[in-house]
Design a protein around this ligand. Structure first.
Ligand code: AMP
Length: 194
């Protein structure tokens, strides 16, 4: 089973992906995590994307599609959860092509619906929690980058909602519900697809 979690920054995609990894034999593919890992390990690509990420803008399609291709080649018994990818129509087309190339299909696209006020609170809260726990705070978890990230989402990623609706894959759920309630709803949708 291959699944996309779609939604703006702070909608809970990473949290829900982690729950699915714990409960099912699925692999989470978060392009954001992969890019942060590239930065931490100081690769040439990591250095190239650093400023763009800190500003809250999207890195090039070519880079993220390359990262996803590498991971798809490795395979996953229980399937993949795409978290934060695709984020543009070109990425969505590329994902379709890659899945076909590896003999796989896309089984569901779940949109986590939330409103912007909550997103700002959640992201600022995430930064404060990390700070209080002495953990590193994401460089893009600040009000200025968040504004850009939201605008990037509405301009470039939100059109994917219509794209997947037209393909017949889209399911939308209330991302404002409690974490367990959202997880339960995702489970119902996935059990229906299985
Ligand atoms: P995330 O952890 O998903 O919020 O991603 C953090 C940052 O990484 C984003 O603001 C972008 O700069 C970059 N990024 C992550 N995934 C993508 C993607 N699919 N396309 C372009 N940029 C991405």
């Amino acid at each position: 089973m291959n699944l996309i979690l779609l939604g703006p920054p702070g909608a809970g995609k990473g949290t829900q992906a982690q729950i699915l990894v714990d409960r099912r034999d699925m692999v989470q593919l978060s392009t954001g995590d992969m890019l942060r890992a590239a930065r931490t390990s100081g690769t040439e690509m990591g250095r190239r994307v650093a400023d763009v990420m800190d500003r809250g803008e999207l890195v090039t399609d070519e880079i993220v599609i390359g990262l996803i291709r590498e991971r798809l080649e490795q395979g996953s018994a229980g399937g993949f959860i795409f978290d934060g990818f695709p984020r543009t129509l070109a990425q969505a087309d590329a994902l379709g092509d890659l899945l076909a190339e590896f003999g796989q299909s896309l089984d569901a696209v779940i949109e986590l619906q939330v409103n912007d006020d909550v997103l700002v609170d959640r992201i600022v809260g995430r930064a404060e929690q990390a700070r209080a726990a002495g953990q590193p705070v994401r460089a893009d978890d600040n009000a200025e980058s968040l504004k850009v990230r939201l605008m990037e989402y509405y301009k470039k990623t939100a059109p994917l909602i219509g794209y997947y609706h037209a393909k017949g894959n889209l399911q939308s759920i209330d991302g404002l519900a409690a974490i367990d309630a959202v997880a339960a709803e995702i489970k119902v949708l996935l059990d229906r697809c299985a």
